[in-house]
Design a protein around this ligand. Structure first.
Ligand code: TYD
Length: 382
């Protein structure tokens, strides 16, 4: 088969598409990844063929401006934030539609693979009359986001003679049953195989025996940027590198080189991982403090590491609730996330072995789910 993978505009949304892309490729299928130009090196670093679906774009642009370019105020409350995010993903799809459509009409794929809110995938699948596969990435994907996205895409759907987005032929659900017991309709559970970006050489400290507990601290690729519309991410990170060593723990900061440079000299007991892939770092850590990003959450689950999550974006709040309900972690709302509150919760997590036990149980469940290679066999039979 020829399979077009349509990806969105940040590492967080592109990296989880890599394992299924490689599983398809390894089974002999042709795979082409279409993503905005700013994702070119993320895709080619993964050894996959890339075609630009449009010029560089970032989520804040499509979230903050409507189709006419008018500023959209950020609402408050989960019930308003989820539709706001859905409309943002829809505007991203509109930006990428022409690019993906033109690639698809020339390359003629048999199948499209995209992430849950990568609405350009189902739009182009409908135009070509081909099936599409949903790669789930969140532990739970709020339906309110999809509903609002479909609403915003009314004109594009009408052009196709549709009133709603076409259903996926299959959804790949990465949530282990210990976090959500119910199977989602039309889905198969798949093992999350971590891929966090280009590999570096494994530094020696990862394999050395540690004398103190080790805490990984990350706010992902976007939240710590000074240009991020999420105010306070960088300064909270800065406060935490001074506060967390006070727990008697060694701290590993996973952030880009630019963010680490802005943090200045690191205090005693803090090490920068220099954007090492998290799945290389986490097996050598006792817990992780993070911003609730999808790849970060899943990678910590796959490593069996307890998590203190400060979920920044409403689209992952439900995922954070599931994580906390499982007993494998704690959460603090970003709005209430002072360095003191985070340090207190991190200390509680380190003290109580039950969080680690639950996290390891979830890891064991996760690794026993069907692999991406097995998912490919199901896709081939569709
Ligand atoms: P994600 O957790 O979804 O967060 P965000 O979209 O806010 O960046 O995605 C971040 C991905 O980048 C995830 O796969 C982890 C990876 N990553 C590392 O592996 N090491 C790092 O130092 C950083 C900053 C990110």
């Amino acid at each position: 088969m020829k399979i077009l993978v349509t990806a969105s505009c940040s590492e967080g949304l592109v990296l989880p598409l890599v394992p299924i892309s490689w599983a398809l490729r390894s089974a002999g299928h042709e795979v082409l990844v279409a993503a905005p130009a700013n994702m070119a090196s993320v895709v080619t670093d993964a050894g996959l063929a890339f075609v630009a679906s449009g010029p560089p774009v970032e989520m804040p642009e499509v979230l903050s401006f409507d189709r006419q370019g008018n500023r959209v105020p950020m609402p408050s409350g989960e019930e308003n934030l989820l539709p706001h995010i859905g409309r943002g993903y829809a505007r991203l799809a509109v930006r990428l539609l022409e690019g993906v459509r033109s690639v698809a009409e020339r390359w003629r794929p048999d199948l499209i693979v995209t992430e849950t809110y990568g609405f350009v995938g189902p739009l182009v699948a409908a135009r070509l009359g081909i099936p599409w596969i949903e790669q789930g990435m969140r532990l739970s994907s709020p339906a309110a986001i999809t509903a609002a996205g479909a609403g915003e895409l009314g004109p594009e759907l009408a052009e196709l003679g549709l009133t709603d987005l076409p259903a996926a032929a299959l959804s790949l659900d990465l949530c282990p049953p210990g976090l959500r017991r119910e199977d989602l309709p039309g889905s198969m559970r798949m093992r999350f195989v971590p891929y966090n970006g280009r590999m570096e050489n494994l530094p020696g400290w990862v394999l050395e025996e540690r004398e103190r507990p080790r805490v990984c601290l990350t706010f992902g690729t976007r939240v710590p940027l000074n240009r991020s519309p999420i105010r306070g991410g960088f300064s909270l990170l800065e406060e935490l590198i001074h506060r967390l060593p006070g727990l008697g723990a060694e701290v590993v900061v996973a952030a880009s080189d630019a963010v680490v440079r802005d943090l200045g000299p690191l205090p005693e007991g803090v090490r920068a991982a220099a954007q090492l892939p998290l799945h290389q770092i986490l097996p050598a850590c006792d817990m992780i403090v993070h911003h609730g990003g999808v790849g970060t959450t899943l990678t910590a689950l796959a490593a069996g590491v307890p998590q203190l999550t400060i979920p920044v974006i409403a689209e992952v709040w439900e995922s954070a609730r599931l994580l906390v309900a499982s007993g494998a972690g704690r959460q603090i709302a970003f709005a209430d996330a002072t360095a003191d509150a985070i340090a207190d919760n991190a200390a509680a997590l380190l003290r109580d072995p039950s969080y680690g036990e639950k996290a390891r149980l979830l890891r064991d469940q996760l690794v026993s789910l069907p692999s991406p290679a097995e998912a490919v066999r199901t896709i081939e039979r569709l």
